[in-house]
Ligand binder design. Sequence first.
Ligand code: HEC
Length: 115
Amino acid sequence: MKKLLMTMLFGTALVLGACGGGGDNGGDGGDSSGSDGGETSESAAAEELFQSNCASCHGQDLSGGMGPDLTSVGADHSADEIADIIKNGKGDMPPQDQVADEDAQTIASWLAEKK
Ligand code: HEC
């Protein structure tokens, strides 16, 4: 019975890992904390998510393309509003359904800092 449970847990972990889509921090193990100037691994993860989901329309450096420039989007929109735009779309921007709620939140709080 115990073995069955382990198998199930392991299976779940594999499935989660397989569709994690960059949400995990695997690999960067133990960087010494306390010496970074605010660029957390959270923002690195957010940037990665942005590159894979948003950069095609908003530009790799947020400077815009088919979508608008987002370099100062935080001046106009709160993190909540941005998360809402990601999930529901806006005008010509289609809803980004492939982005998990949690990831949308991560991207949104990162973008809300751009002022
Ligand atoms: C298919 C192209 C496309 C993709 C992919 C896309 N966007 Fe957009 N986005 C647009 C367009 C076009 C607009 C302008 C919508 C409008 O106002 O009509 C927009 C608008 C926005 C706005 C509002 C900007 C403002 O000043 O009002 C935000 C915030 C935004 N996008 C964030 C994102 C994020 C974050 C992602 C990735 C999760 C993303 N977008 C992916 C095309 C895209």
